[in-house]
Design a protein around this ligand. Structure first.
Ligand code: NAD
Length: 496
């Protein structure tokens, strides 16, 4: 691995067969195998069994049986204990899980370590939330009360079998942030990881078995999106689908879900704005804004990629960004000090490079990066364009790569500044950089996005709701709202 050794646990994991988890058993897939590769070197990591519609069908049946059987009837204390045991197993295997996401996805180790710690916290958080699943009491309906004493209350019940479709950009985290609230709610799960990054979900599957979850509560079916993913989204035995991925695929999920009108949660793309006011503290704003774009080499749904900088500080700010970008170490995620890894695939690299060439041709000014490195793996330099205009594709389209589009603005009319920020069909994230908190809050109230930060960017947290306005999605994950997404409300009225 580019001269860097893996732990014994990761080596042992890679040497195992990589099958599908259905009904508590590791089974073969009928859709052949797919070689998963280290995107930093192109080296093959493992042959992974792929499932299709047949395996989705079996997994949904297993999840349905588990839902009707042991899982729904299990006492809350026992469900809590299982989830807490799973959290401890993740904690004890943090190195394995971090290494798997590094070699399968390409992310730097500092991000993988951070995400595993977050995942442990997330499972513990939702285990704790089980005891806070509460209904309410209310006045009985008028016509029932007219007939005598009555009682009306509401129950919160699991939505049923949840299908979960996961992307490749933060593989373990996007799996856990769907799985943990679903389990806490009492749902059973059929998860389809991304075909680009199947490994950490398989390790998670073994940990779920080791923790002692009943058979069929969690089923994991690797497969292609158009095959296993589509089959899951349209399956009539699935009550809810939770999807994280591109807006284009999100539209297909909605159409596939129409058949049985399953509940749908969508976490989609973004093109998030970053507003830098003239009084911003550049010491924190320059590295903060650079990381807003380049974190995860820009393969980050929250990436702040449209940077609006006040003209008074534009040149100094851009100079600082260029210096910061020039100092970012590109390399294998296992190498100490790596800040940026490779793009996930050849196809994705071609798309990102196409955007860079397109921006140049459209007249944007390239001030940093812009090249793919001449070495194995798809490494693209952190790239900064200035003099961008609202009509350019580099400003309008989600690139999902290390590409920043800077534009200067003048004046202090907050409505006009917010109009620049809101000129997008997306609405996932955003940030405002200023020392004046009054200005900051007034701008925040004008920006249409699900998560807006002040003097920081992408402040996701286990207990903090996350999701999109506009075409960035439907619903929220994380926090209480993330749990509510897996619960139905049942109103009960009794004549006494
Ligand atoms: P993608 O839409 O190509 O794939 C996501 C998942 O959907 C994969 O598991 C894939 O196999 C599956 N899939 C593909 N076609 C399908 C179909 N027809 N039916 C069912 N499933 C299908 O997205 P991606 O390239 O894996 O991820 C990148 C995208 O995800 C970006 O647009 C990014 O913004 C978005 N994303 C959003 C968030 C968020 O929380 N909002 C988080 C991470 C990534």
């Amino acid at each position: 691995f580019d001269g860097h050794a893996l732990s014994d646990a990761t080596r042992a994991f890679l040497a195992q067969p990589h099958r599908l988890l259905i009904g508590g058993q590791w089974v073969e897939g009928s859709a052949g195998t797919r070689t998963t590769r280290d995107p930093a070197t192109g080296l093959a990591l493992a042959e992974v069994q792929m499932g299709g519609a047949a395996e989705i069908d079996r997994a949904v049946a297993a999840a349905r049986r588990a839902f009707a059987g042991p899982w729904r009837r299990m006492a809350a204390a026992e469900r809590i204990a299982l989830m807490q045991r799973l959290a401890r197993i993740l904690h004890d295997n943090a190195r394995l899980l971090a290494e798997l996401d590094v070699i399968d996805n390409g992310m730097p180790m500092f991000i993988a370590e951070l995400t595993v710690a977050n995942n442990v916290e997330m499972i513990d958080y939702y285990a704790g939330a089980i005891l806070r699943i509460e209904g309410t009491t209310m006045a009985p309906p008028r016509h029932i009360a007219a007939a005598g004493e009555a009682l009306t209350y509401s129950l919160r019940e699991p939505v049923g079998v949840a299908g979960q479709i996961v992307p490749w950009n933060v593989p373990l985290s996007t799996a856990i942030l769907k799985l943990a609230p679903a389990l806490a709610a009492g749902c059973t799960v059929v998860m389809k990881p991304s075909e680009e990054t199947p490994l950490s979900a398989l390790a998670l599957g073994q940990m779920i078995l080791d923790a002692g979850f009943p058979d069929g509560v969690v089923n994991i079916v690797n497969g292609l999106g158009a095959d296993a993913g589509a089959a899951l989204a349209e399956h009539p035995g699935v009550d809810k689908i939770s999807f994280t991925g591109s807006t284009a695929t999100g539209r297909r999920i909605v159409q596939a879900a129409l058949g049985n009108l399953k509940k749908v949660s969508l976490e989609l793309g973004g093109k998030s704005p970053v507003v830098v006011m003239p009084d911003a503290d550049l010491e924190i704003a320059i590295p903060g804004v650079a990381m807003a774009t380049f974190f995860l080499q820009g393969q980050n749904c929250m990436a702040g990629t449209r940077i609006f900088v006040h003209q008074d500080i534009h040149d100094a700010f851009v100079e600082g960004l260029v210096a910061f970008a020039g100092g970012m170490a590109l390399g294998h995620g296992l190498a100490p000090g790596t800040m940026l890894g490779p793009m996930i695939s050849d196809a994705h690299t071609a798309k990102v490079m196409g955007h860079i060439e397109g921006a140049k041709a459209a007249g944007a000014v390239l001030v940093a990066g812009g090249r793919k490195l001449d070495r194995p793996g798809n490494f693209i330099e952190p790239t900064i364009f200035t003099a961008t205009t609202p009509d350019m594709a580099v400003v309008r389209e989600e690139i999902f790569g290390p590409v920043m589009a800077v534009r200067s603005f003048g004046g202090a009319d907050l409505d006009a500044i917010a109009a620049l920020a809101n000129d997008t069909p997306y609405g996932l994230s955003g940030s405002v950089w200023t020392r004046d908190l009054s200005t900051a809050h007034r701008l925040v109230s004008r920006i249409r996005a699900g998560q807006v930060s002040i003097n920081c960017h992408g402040a996701v947290g286990t207990n903090v709701p996350f999701g999109g306005f506009g075409q960035s999605g439907w619903g929220r994950e994380f926090g209480q709202e993330g749990l509510d997404a897996y619960l139905e409300t049942k109103a009960v009225t009794a004549r006494l």
